[in-house]
Ligand binder design. Structure first.
Ligand code: 1CP
Length: 365
């Protein structure tokens, strides 16, 4: 499917943007930088527009979602916008009773743990029509962004399944990891279903104008490499396959993709394999702060990397943070392309002027 000429990767708006170049393995003149969770509670302008509106409700109001997506781009001058939404939005659009509780995160009406629970869940379908607010929000955002690319995203099947099986945020995802072994067949049906849901969510964002995608497998680090390879990677490949046939521009390249998790030092080659198996040739692996980028580059020869400033250092004195950012930039030279980011999301109490200063440093080191 070659996308309409109006797509930003096709009409030239974002095809040479530093982020897109870095994800293609080319070193742009400046290192691109954006921050996971750059929208949200660190910004007073976010708290202002969110007042009185629930998280999921905000995600489903296109003008509001577009405005929140644009706020950190205007303020910090980052090289990419990340779509304001949540990994559980497609669950809600498929009719699952999920809410995002303030200060907690995604909470289900019940944990989905037995074969019967999973049967009921996977009988739900996500109608293409239900994705209309997502497409509208993306289109409104992209119309304002000009040459700054929008990154679309989705939750990886394991991370989504962890919330569904646990019913709420958990530390070690014990119930999910138990189900994977106690009833592998039910597990496989669950992650195939979450893969298709995230795949449809990603496809809606890319077809409406997103110039890259990021698959968040935030909790994959709790898995052994053997479990990840056997029980999770095939579903993640399935999720990303939903966007692999979308082609852009004269060279007909696929959408650039980033695969991110935390605590995944032992999984990096497998996570890269998911991108390759999905057929996404332009890609990067996201690395959290535990694995230095030069070590990640040695594990992933020839692969662009994203990361990995330690979010804890955002609250340290500037000279400490500055030295750390310079060290990350230096180690990032070991990869063919580097997108500077945090090792995980912006902590809500972060002083936003510090983020702006990091962007300035990365652009003029
Ligand atoms: O009311 C609020 O402000 C709620 C806080 C909030 C926000 C701003 C949540 C609840 N989600 C979001 C937006 C969000 N979620 C974004 C878009 C904006 C941006 O990055 O600037 C993205 C990419 C996500 C993705 C997301 N949601 C992930 C993957 C990224 C990560 O942080 O690992 C995960 C795990 C979630 C679940 C979730 N949603 C919200 C919370 C607090 C959580 C985590 C809960 C937990 O600890 O398990």
């Amino acid at each position: 499917t070659t996308l309409a000429p109006a797509h930003p990767l096709t009409d030239g708006r974002t095809s040479d943007a530093p982020l897109v170049q870095a994800l293609r393995g080319v070193r742009p003149s400046v290192t691109p930088v954006w921050f996971m969770r750059q929208a949200g509670r660190s910004l007073p302008e976010y708290l202002e527009v969110r007042r009185g509106t629930g998280m999921l409700e905000a995600c489903l109001r296109p003008e509001l979602a577009a405005e929140i997506t644009l706020q950190p781009v205007r303020r910090h001058g980052v090289d990419a916008a990340i779509f304001f939404s949540d990994i559980v939005v497609p669950l809600r659009l498929a009719g699952v009773d999920v809410d995002i509780a303030p200060g907690v995160g995604p909470v289900m009406d019940q944990p989905y743990r037995t074969a019967a629970d999973v049967d009921r869940l996977v009988s739900r379908r996500l109608d293409d029509d239900a994705l209309e607010p997502i497409r509208q929000a993306v289109a409104l955002t992209v119309a304002e962004l000009g040459s700054t690319p929008l990154i679309g995203f989705g939750g990886a099947p394991f991370t989504l399944a962890a919330y569904l099986v646990e019913g709420r945020p958990s530390r070690d995802h014990l119930a999910a990891r138990t189900l994977m072994h106690a009833d592998p067949e039910t597990w496989a049906r669950l992650v195939a279903w979450t893969a298709d849901l995230t795949g449809a969510f990603l496809r809606a964002q890319v077809s409406a104008g997103a110039s890259a995608v990021q698959l968040f497998d935030s909790w994959a680090g709790s898995l052994s490499a053997a479990d990840y390879a056997a029980r999770v990677a095939p579903a993640s490949t399935r999720a990303l396959s939903h966007v692999a046939d979308l082609r852009f521009g004269p060279d007909g390249g696929g959408v650039p993709a980033i695969h991110f998790g935390t605590g995944t030092g032992h999984l990096l080659p497998l996570m890269r394999g998911v991108l390759v198996d999905a057929g996404l040739t332009h890609h990067a692996v996201g690395v959290d702060y535990r694995t230095p980028l030069d070590e990640a580059a040695a594990l992933l020869p020839g692969v662009p990397l994203q990361g990995n400033v330690d979010p804890a250092l955002l609250a340290a004195p500037w000279p400490v943070l500055e030295a750390h950012v310079r060290d990350v930039l230096q180690r990032g030279q070991a990869a063919p392309g580097h997108v500077l980011n945090l090792g995980h999301g912006v902590p809500p109490e972060t002083d936003p002027t510090v983020l702006t200063r990091v962007v300035e440093l990365v652009h003029s080191p």
